[in-house]
Design a protein around this ligand. Structure first.
Ligand code: ZN
Ligand code: ZN
Length: 351
Protein backbone atom coordinates (compact mmCIF):
# COMPACT_ATOMS: atom_id res chain seq x y z
CA UNK A 1 0.00 0.00 0.00
CA UNK A 2 1.11 3.52 -0.55
CA UNK A 3 -0.04 6.93 0.58
CA UNK A 4 -0.78 9.57 -2.03
CA UNK A 5 -1.93 13.17 -1.94
CA UNK A 6 -5.49 13.98 -2.92
CA UNK A 7 -8.24 16.55 -2.48
CA UNK A 8 -11.40 15.54 -0.64
CA UNK A 9 -14.71 16.86 0.63
CA UNK A 10 -15.01 15.83 4.28
CA UNK A 11 -18.76 16.41 4.58
CA UNK A 12 -21.82 17.38 2.53
CA UNK A 13 -21.12 20.46 0.43
CA UNK A 14 -17.73 21.12 2.08
CA UNK A 15 -14.95 22.82 0.14
CA UNK A 16 -12.40 20.38 -1.23
CA UNK A 17 -9.18 20.34 0.79
CA UNK A 18 -5.90 18.41 0.84
CA UNK A 19 -6.28 14.85 2.13
CA UNK A 20 -3.99 11.84 2.16
CA UNK A 21 -5.39 8.52 0.87
CA UNK A 22 -4.13 4.92 0.64
CA UNK A 23 -3.78 3.10 -2.66
CA UNK A 24 -3.71 -0.70 -2.55
CA UNK A 25 -0.62 -2.76 -3.36
CA UNK A 26 -0.40 -3.80 -7.01
CA UNK A 27 -2.05 -7.24 -7.38
CA UNK A 28 -1.42 -9.62 -10.29
CA UNK A 29 -4.09 -8.03 -12.54
CA UNK A 30 -3.49 -4.44 -11.48
CA UNK A 31 -2.03 -1.39 -13.16
CA UNK A 32 -0.52 1.41 -11.08
CA UNK A 33 -1.03 4.74 -12.80
CA UNK A 34 0.70 8.03 -12.15
CA UNK A 35 -2.18 10.48 -12.74
CA UNK A 36 -1.28 13.49 -14.88
CA UNK A 37 -4.67 15.09 -15.56
CA UNK A 38 -8.20 14.65 -14.31
CA UNK A 39 -11.27 16.26 -15.87
CA UNK A 40 -13.92 17.94 -13.74
CA UNK A 41 -17.36 16.47 -14.43
CA UNK A 42 -20.74 17.84 -13.29
CA UNK A 43 -21.23 14.56 -11.39
CA UNK A 44 -18.23 15.44 -9.19
CA UNK A 45 -20.09 18.48 -7.94
CA UNK A 46 -23.34 16.51 -7.53
CA UNK A 47 -21.49 13.95 -5.40
CA UNK A 48 -19.71 16.58 -3.28
CA UNK A 49 -23.09 18.17 -2.53
CA UNK A 50 -24.87 14.77 -2.15
CA UNK A 51 -27.49 15.81 -4.71
CA UNK A 52 -28.24 12.16 -5.50
CA UNK A 53 -28.40 11.05 -1.85
CA UNK A 54 -25.66 8.41 -2.13
CA UNK A 55 -22.46 10.25 -1.18
CA UNK A 56 -20.16 9.01 1.56
CA UNK A 57 -17.39 11.11 3.04
CA UNK A 58 -14.52 11.73 2.85
CA UNK A 59 -15.14 11.89 -0.90
CA UNK A 60 -12.38 12.20 -3.49
CA UNK A 61 -14.03 12.84 -6.90
CA UNK A 62 -12.60 12.45 -10.39
CA UNK A 63 -13.41 9.96 -13.18
CA UNK A 64 -11.77 11.48 -16.25
CA UNK A 65 -8.26 10.25 -15.57
CA UNK A 66 -5.23 10.30 -17.85
CA UNK A 67 -1.80 9.19 -16.74
CA UNK A 68 1.19 6.93 -17.29
CA UNK A 69 1.67 3.33 -16.24
CA UNK A 70 4.35 3.03 -13.55
CA UNK A 71 3.92 -0.60 -12.52
CA UNK A 72 1.95 -3.65 -13.64
CA UNK A 73 1.01 -6.95 -11.94
CA UNK A 74 2.51 -10.20 -13.21
CA UNK A 75 -0.57 -11.21 -15.22
CA UNK A 76 -0.80 -7.87 -17.05
CA UNK A 77 0.46 -8.31 -20.60
CA UNK A 78 -1.45 -5.61 -22.39
CA UNK A 79 -0.04 -2.52 -20.67
CA UNK A 80 3.60 -1.43 -20.55
CA UNK A 81 5.37 0.82 -18.07
CA UNK A 82 5.43 4.34 -19.51
CA UNK A 83 2.32 3.89 -21.65
CA UNK A 84 -0.36 6.59 -21.72
CA UNK A 85 -3.60 5.25 -20.26
CA UNK A 86 -7.02 6.39 -19.11
CA UNK A 87 -9.58 5.45 -16.48
CA UNK A 88 -13.21 6.50 -16.70
CA UNK A 89 -16.26 6.16 -14.47
CA UNK A 90 -15.86 2.47 -13.53
CA UNK A 91 -13.04 0.43 -12.01
CA UNK A 92 -14.82 -2.93 -11.70
CA UNK A 93 -18.11 -4.83 -12.18
CA UNK A 94 -19.45 -8.33 -11.42
CA UNK A 95 -18.26 -9.65 -14.83
CA UNK A 96 -20.90 -12.42 -14.81
CA UNK A 97 -24.30 -10.87 -15.40
CA UNK A 98 -25.79 -10.56 -18.89
CA UNK A 99 -24.84 -6.87 -19.13
CA UNK A 100 -21.21 -7.57 -18.20
CA UNK A 101 -21.10 -10.50 -20.63
CA UNK A 102 -22.25 -8.20 -23.40
CA UNK A 103 -19.55 -5.65 -22.57
CA UNK A 104 -22.06 -3.27 -21.03
CA UNK A 105 -20.44 -3.07 -17.59
CA UNK A 106 -22.06 0.31 -16.97
CA UNK A 107 -25.39 -1.51 -16.71
CA UNK A 108 -24.01 -4.32 -14.50
CA UNK A 109 -27.01 -5.89 -12.77
CA UNK A 110 -25.16 -5.97 -9.47
CA UNK A 111 -23.94 -2.42 -9.95
CA UNK A 112 -20.54 -1.60 -11.42
CA UNK A 113 -17.93 -0.20 -9.05
CA UNK A 114 -17.65 3.52 -9.60
CA UNK A 115 -14.18 5.05 -9.75
CA UNK A 116 -15.12 7.11 -6.71
CA UNK A 117 -17.75 6.69 -4.01
CA UNK A 118 -18.18 2.98 -4.88
CA UNK A 119 -17.64 0.13 -2.40
CA UNK A 120 -13.91 -0.70 -2.45
CA UNK A 121 -13.54 -4.51 -2.61
CA UNK A 122 -9.89 -4.39 -1.64
CA UNK A 123 -9.53 -1.83 1.13
CA UNK A 124 -13.09 -1.56 2.43
CA UNK A 125 -14.77 1.83 2.61
CA UNK A 126 -15.36 3.69 -0.64
CA UNK A 127 -13.22 4.12 -3.74
CA UNK A 128 -11.32 7.37 -4.22
CA UNK A 129 -11.15 9.04 -7.63
CA UNK A 130 -8.76 10.97 -9.80
CA UNK A 131 -8.27 14.16 -7.78
CA UNK A 132 -5.10 12.42 -6.57
CA UNK A 133 -1.56 11.57 -7.58
CA UNK A 134 -1.87 7.84 -8.30
CA UNK A 135 -4.49 5.14 -8.71
CA UNK A 136 -4.41 1.31 -8.86
CA UNK A 137 -6.95 -0.20 -11.27
CA UNK A 138 -7.69 -3.72 -12.56
CA UNK A 139 -6.32 -4.04 -16.12
CA UNK A 140 -9.79 -4.81 -17.52
CA UNK A 141 -10.90 -1.27 -16.65
CA UNK A 142 -7.83 0.57 -17.98
CA UNK A 143 -7.94 2.12 -21.47
CA UNK A 144 -5.21 2.69 -24.05
CA UNK A 145 -5.00 6.37 -25.02
CA UNK A 146 -3.48 7.20 -28.42
CA UNK A 147 -0.03 8.74 -27.81
CA UNK A 148 -0.54 11.62 -30.22
CA UNK A 149 -3.64 12.96 -28.47
CA UNK A 150 -2.96 15.85 -26.11
CA UNK A 151 -3.28 14.26 -22.64
CA UNK A 152 -4.93 17.18 -20.90
CA UNK A 153 -7.51 17.64 -23.64
CA UNK A 154 -8.12 13.88 -23.86
CA UNK A 155 -8.99 13.47 -20.15
CA UNK A 156 -12.70 14.39 -20.47
CA UNK A 157 -13.13 11.81 -23.24
CA UNK A 158 -13.30 9.24 -20.43
CA UNK A 159 -16.72 10.52 -19.31
CA UNK A 160 -18.05 13.38 -21.44
CA UNK A 161 -16.64 11.71 -24.56
CA UNK A 162 -18.08 8.23 -24.10
CA UNK A 163 -21.39 9.59 -22.78
CA UNK A 164 -22.01 11.29 -26.12
CA UNK A 165 -20.29 8.76 -28.42
CA UNK A 166 -22.18 5.70 -27.16
CA UNK A 167 -25.76 6.85 -27.98
CA UNK A 168 -24.69 8.05 -31.45
CA UNK A 169 -23.44 4.50 -32.12
CA UNK A 170 -26.34 2.70 -30.43
CA UNK A 171 -28.91 4.64 -32.47
CA UNK A 172 -26.82 4.16 -35.58
CA UNK A 173 -26.20 7.76 -36.55
CA UNK A 174 -24.74 7.79 -40.06
CA UNK A 175 -23.65 10.03 -42.86
CA UNK A 176 -26.36 12.46 -43.92
CA UNK A 177 -28.57 12.03 -40.83
CA UNK A 178 -29.92 15.24 -39.36
CA UNK A 179 -28.78 15.22 -35.72
CA UNK A 180 -29.65 17.84 -33.12
CA UNK A 181 -27.48 18.38 -30.06
CA UNK A 182 -29.40 20.22 -27.34
CA UNK A 183 -27.28 22.35 -24.99
CA UNK A 184 -23.71 23.53 -25.50
CA UNK A 185 -21.59 22.52 -22.49
CA UNK A 186 -19.12 19.75 -21.63
CA UNK A 187 -21.36 17.05 -23.13
CA UNK A 188 -22.89 19.13 -25.94
CA UNK A 189 -19.58 20.23 -27.39
CA UNK A 190 -18.45 16.61 -27.65
CA UNK A 191 -21.78 15.57 -29.16
CA UNK A 192 -21.25 18.11 -31.94
CA UNK A 193 -17.68 16.93 -32.62
CA UNK A 194 -18.62 13.23 -32.75
CA UNK A 195 -21.81 13.60 -34.79
CA UNK A 196 -19.97 15.79 -37.24
CA UNK A 197 -17.04 13.30 -37.53
CA UNK A 198 -19.62 10.56 -38.25
CA UNK A 199 -20.82 12.56 -41.23
CA UNK A 200 -24.14 13.78 -39.83
CA UNK A 201 -25.70 17.15 -40.56
CA UNK A 202 -25.38 18.67 -37.09
CA UNK A 203 -27.70 21.27 -35.62
CA UNK A 204 -26.81 22.86 -32.28
CA UNK A 205 -30.04 23.62 -30.44
CA UNK A 206 -29.52 26.27 -27.77
CA UNK A 207 -31.46 28.97 -25.97
CA UNK A 208 -28.52 31.41 -26.26
CA UNK A 209 -28.05 33.13 -29.64
CA UNK A 210 -24.64 34.22 -28.27
CA UNK A 211 -23.39 30.63 -28.63
CA UNK A 212 -23.91 30.58 -32.42
CA UNK A 213 -20.30 31.23 -33.38
CA UNK A 214 -18.88 28.80 -30.82
CA UNK A 215 -21.22 26.08 -32.09
CA UNK A 216 -20.17 26.68 -35.68
CA UNK A 217 -16.49 26.65 -34.70
CA UNK A 218 -17.04 23.21 -33.14
CA UNK A 219 -18.46 21.85 -36.38
CA UNK A 220 -22.22 22.50 -36.18
CA UNK A 221 -23.76 23.07 -39.63
CA UNK A 222 -26.65 25.15 -38.27
CA UNK A 223 -27.76 26.68 -35.01
CA UNK A 224 -31.40 26.53 -33.93
CA UNK A 225 -32.52 28.92 -31.19
CA UNK A 226 -34.92 26.94 -29.01
CA UNK A 227 -36.74 30.01 -27.66
CA UNK A 228 -37.65 31.18 -31.18
CA UNK A 229 -41.01 29.55 -31.93
CA UNK A 230 -40.85 30.34 -35.64
CA UNK A 231 -37.45 28.67 -36.01
CA UNK A 232 -38.57 25.66 -33.98
CA UNK A 233 -41.72 25.29 -36.11
CA UNK A 234 -39.72 25.38 -39.33
CA UNK A 235 -37.67 22.37 -38.11
CA UNK A 236 -40.66 20.35 -36.81
CA UNK A 237 -40.63 16.60 -37.65
CA UNK A 238 -37.26 16.80 -39.43
CA UNK A 239 -34.65 15.31 -37.07
CA UNK A 240 -33.37 11.73 -37.33
CA UNK A 241 -31.91 11.87 -33.82
CA UNK A 242 -31.67 14.28 -30.90
CA UNK A 243 -29.12 14.25 -28.07
CA UNK A 244 -30.37 16.20 -25.08
CA UNK A 245 -27.48 17.30 -22.82
CA UNK A 246 -29.34 19.83 -20.64
CA UNK A 247 -28.09 19.00 -17.12
CA UNK A 248 -31.28 19.82 -15.19
CA UNK A 249 -35.02 19.11 -15.41
CA UNK A 250 -36.83 21.05 -18.17
CA UNK A 251 -39.71 20.91 -20.64
CA UNK A 252 -38.80 18.30 -23.27
CA UNK A 253 -42.01 18.68 -25.34
CA UNK A 254 -40.72 21.38 -27.72
CA UNK A 255 -37.79 19.08 -28.61
CA UNK A 256 -39.95 15.99 -29.14
CA UNK A 257 -41.87 17.94 -31.79
CA UNK A 258 -38.61 18.27 -33.76
CA UNK A 259 -38.26 14.48 -34.19
CA UNK A 260 -39.27 12.66 -37.37
CA UNK A 261 -41.61 9.67 -37.23
CA UNK A 262 -39.83 6.76 -35.44
CA UNK A 263 -36.93 8.95 -34.30
CA UNK A 264 -35.46 9.06 -30.79
CA UNK A 265 -34.35 11.76 -28.40
CA UNK A 266 -31.78 10.42 -25.92
CA UNK A 267 -31.34 12.17 -22.58
CA UNK A 268 -27.77 12.14 -21.26
CA UNK A 269 -27.68 15.22 -19.03
CA UNK A 270 -30.60 15.41 -16.61
CA UNK A 271 -30.43 12.65 -13.98
CA UNK A 272 -33.67 13.95 -12.50
CA UNK A 273 -37.37 14.45 -13.39
CA UNK A 274 -38.35 16.45 -16.46
CA UNK A 275 -41.69 18.20 -17.04
CA UNK A 276 -44.67 15.95 -17.96
CA UNK A 277 -44.45 14.61 -21.52
CA UNK A 278 -47.45 14.93 -23.84
CA UNK A 279 -47.60 11.33 -25.05
CA UNK A 280 -49.81 12.28 -28.01
CA UNK A 281 -46.63 13.36 -29.74
CA UNK A 282 -45.08 9.97 -29.10
CA UNK A 283 -48.15 7.98 -30.10
CA UNK A 284 -49.05 9.75 -33.31
CA UNK A 285 -45.55 9.59 -34.79
CA UNK A 286 -44.13 6.56 -32.91
CA UNK A 287 -41.41 8.76 -31.40
CA UNK A 288 -39.20 7.71 -28.47
CA UNK A 289 -37.53 9.35 -25.51
CA UNK A 290 -34.63 7.31 -24.12
CA UNK A 291 -31.72 7.53 -21.71
CA UNK A 292 -28.09 6.38 -21.97
CA UNK A 293 -25.28 5.99 -19.42
CA UNK A 294 -21.60 6.37 -20.43
CA UNK A 295 -20.47 3.23 -22.36
CA UNK A 296 -18.88 -0.17 -21.72
CA UNK A 297 -15.12 -0.67 -21.60
CA UNK A 298 -14.88 -2.12 -25.11
CA UNK A 299 -16.85 0.79 -26.55
CA UNK A 300 -14.83 3.32 -24.54
CA UNK A 301 -11.67 1.91 -26.17
CA UNK A 302 -13.36 2.11 -29.58
CA UNK A 303 -14.23 5.76 -28.85
CA UNK A 304 -10.62 6.57 -27.89
CA UNK A 305 -9.38 4.90 -31.08
CA UNK A 306 -11.95 6.87 -33.09
CA UNK A 307 -10.63 10.07 -31.45
CA UNK A 308 -7.09 9.05 -32.35
CA UNK A 309 -8.10 8.50 -35.96
CA UNK A 310 -10.10 11.73 -36.28
CA UNK A 311 -7.93 13.83 -33.95
CA UNK A 312 -10.80 14.59 -31.62
CA UNK A 313 -10.16 15.97 -28.14
CA UNK A 314 -12.12 18.22 -25.78
CA UNK A 315 -11.86 21.99 -25.41
CA UNK A 316 -10.44 22.46 -21.92
CA UNK A 317 -9.24 24.98 -19.38
CA UNK A 318 -6.41 23.71 -17.17
CA UNK A 319 -6.50 24.45 -13.45
CA UNK A 320 -4.39 23.62 -10.41
CA UNK A 321 -5.93 21.32 -7.81
CA UNK A 322 -6.00 24.26 -5.40
CA UNK A 323 -8.43 26.12 -7.72
CA UNK A 324 -11.08 23.39 -7.69
CA UNK A 325 -13.58 25.17 -5.45
CA UNK A 326 -13.57 28.27 -7.69
CA UNK A 327 -13.89 26.00 -10.72
CA UNK A 328 -17.05 24.45 -9.21
CA UNK A 329 -18.53 27.95 -8.73
CA UNK A 330 -17.75 28.81 -12.34
CA UNK A 331 -19.10 25.49 -13.60
CA UNK A 332 -22.45 26.24 -11.94
CA UNK A 333 -22.61 29.40 -14.04
CA UNK A 334 -21.53 27.51 -17.20
CA UNK A 335 -18.47 29.77 -17.20
CA UNK A 336 -16.09 27.33 -18.89
CA UNK A 337 -15.33 26.32 -22.46
CA UNK A 338 -16.07 23.48 -22.06
CA UNK A 339 -14.38 21.42 -19.40
CA UNK A 340 -12.02 22.14 -16.51
CA UNK A 341 -9.10 19.74 -16.27
CA UNK A 342 -6.90 19.50 -13.18
CA UNK A 343 -3.14 19.37 -13.63
CA UNK A 344 -2.52 16.90 -10.81
CA UNK A 345 1.18 17.81 -10.62
CA UNK A 346 -0.08 20.79 -8.61
CA UNK A 347 -0.80 18.33 -5.76
CA UNK A 348 2.95 18.19 -5.11
CA UNK A 349 2.71 21.71 -3.70
CA UNK A 350 0.53 20.61 -0.78
CA UNK A 351 1.29 18.57 2.25
ZN1 ZN B 1 -18.66 12.28 -15.44
ZN1 ZN C 1 -22.37 -7.47 -14.01
Amino acid sequence: MSKVKAFAAQEVGALLKPFEIERRAVHENDVLIDIEYCGVCHSDLHFVRNDWGMSEYPLVPGHEIIGRVVQVGEKVKDFKVGEKVGVGCMVDSCRECSSCEEGLEQYCERGSTFTYNGPDKYLGGMTFGGYSQKIVVDKDFVLHVPEHLDSKAAAPLLCAGITTYSPLRYWNVKKGDKVGVIGLGGLGHMGVKFASAMGAEVVMITSSPSKTKDAEDLGADHVLISTDEGQMASHANTFDFLMNTIPVGHDVNPYVSLLKRDATMVIVGAVEPVDPVHCGQLIFQRKSIAGSLIGGIKETQEMLDFCGEHNIVCDVEIIDMQDINTAYERMLKSDVKYRFVIDTKSLEREN
